[in-house]
Design a binder for this molecule. Structure first.
Ligand SMILES: C[S@@+](CC[C@H](N)C(=O)[O-])C[C@H]1O[C@@H](n2cnc3c(N)ncnc32)[C@H](O)[C@@H]1O
Length: 275
């Protein structure tokens, strides 16, 4: 990854490559106005921008907004690699102070970003401001504790969950800091939006895992290790290293019965229509 993208960018890219066809079901299931203009914020590398623009082709438009010029450049490159997309405009923008008039958009899409947006209610309120009355704010999010579920040893799973809670509490002041999905409906309501249904996209994989999934797991295991290692007992850390080193005889990836389930939830809310 270039220096100007955050460290998590490579995991994010690997995640989209491993689960792309499942995540796209989230976009397909979203209540999007075919003829309208949709704001994708923050757009990141444009993974969802492409799929939103495909969904809105030929009558709609997408505006891809992000605070990072490096990410916007990535998104621009990603969109340019596809055809049969609705027109896409790229805007450098702060999600807390969007440079758009009130009620400009027919819908707003916000994916996998409420960890990065440390004041999610403020950002969601801004999204509610720029969407038309009755328009949808669609949030696609995960919960660290249930995002990637593995059928590895139960004691290891419990130890990793406990260490994740301790690490996030120590770093961010709350054990739920990496679990936006469990808060999204409350945040949407606090932001003045009318909450609607939740739909979870389930991606199941069984061994043997393909290269894209193996790559994603390599990054994820390394990220998780960096987070939890100081909070694991020496025995649990040894078990974690054995399970996540693909060369180790106890490696999760060596198990012929290895299974993985990935959960990402789509939350629908609408800007209230004045009486
Ligand atoms: C984890 S990425 C997700 C992006 C994209 N939606 C996706 O799913 O790939 C989080 C994004 O939030 C952006 N970001 C962080 N703070 C922001 C802010 N205040 N305003 C706008 N974008 C912001 C980052 O630049 C990054 O692109």
């Amino acid at each position: 990854m270039p220096d100007d993208l955050p460290e998590y960018a490579k995991t994010q890219l690997a995640f989209h490559r491993a689960f792309g066809r499942d995540l796209v079901r989230g976009v397909r299931g979203a209540a999007l106005p075919r003829r309208g203009t949709v704001l994708d914020v923050p757009a990141g590398d444009g993974f969802y921008t492409v799929h939103l623009a495909r969904r809105l082709h030929p009558h709609g438009r997408v505006v891809a907004a992000d605070i990072s010029p490096a990410y916007l450049a990535r998104a621009r490159e990603g969109v340019a690699r596809h055809d049969r997309l609705a027109p896409v405009e790229f805007r450098e923008a702060d999600a807390y102070a969007l440079p758009f008039d009130d009620a400009k958009f027919d819908a707003v899409w916000c994916a996998e970003s409420l960890i990065s947006l440390t004041d999610p209610v403020k950002a969601l309120r801004e999204m509610g401001r720029v969407v038309k009355p009755g328009g949808a704010v669609l949030v696609f999010e995960a919960d660290e504790f249930h995002h990637v579920v593995l059928n590895w040893p139960v004691p290891l799973e419990l130890a990793v969950s406990r260490a994740t809670a301790a690490a996030t509490r120590a770093e961010y002041g709350t054990a739920a800091a990496l679990s936006p999905a469990r808060k999204v409906r409350a945040w949407l309501a606090e932001a003045g939006l009318v909450t609607g249904p939740k739909r979870t996209i389930v991606a199941d994989r069984v061994a043997p895992f393909g290269p894209a999934l193996r790559r994603f797991l390599r990054y994820r295991f390394a990220e998780t290790r960096a987070l939890v290692a100081p909070h694991l007992s020496p025995e649990s850390l040894t078990a974690y290293d054995a399970a996540t080193d693909p060369q180790h005889p106890d490696a999760f990836l060596q198990k012929p019965d290895a299974e993985l389930t990935c959960l990402t939830s789509l939350f629908l809310a609408r800007r209230p229509v004045p009486a």
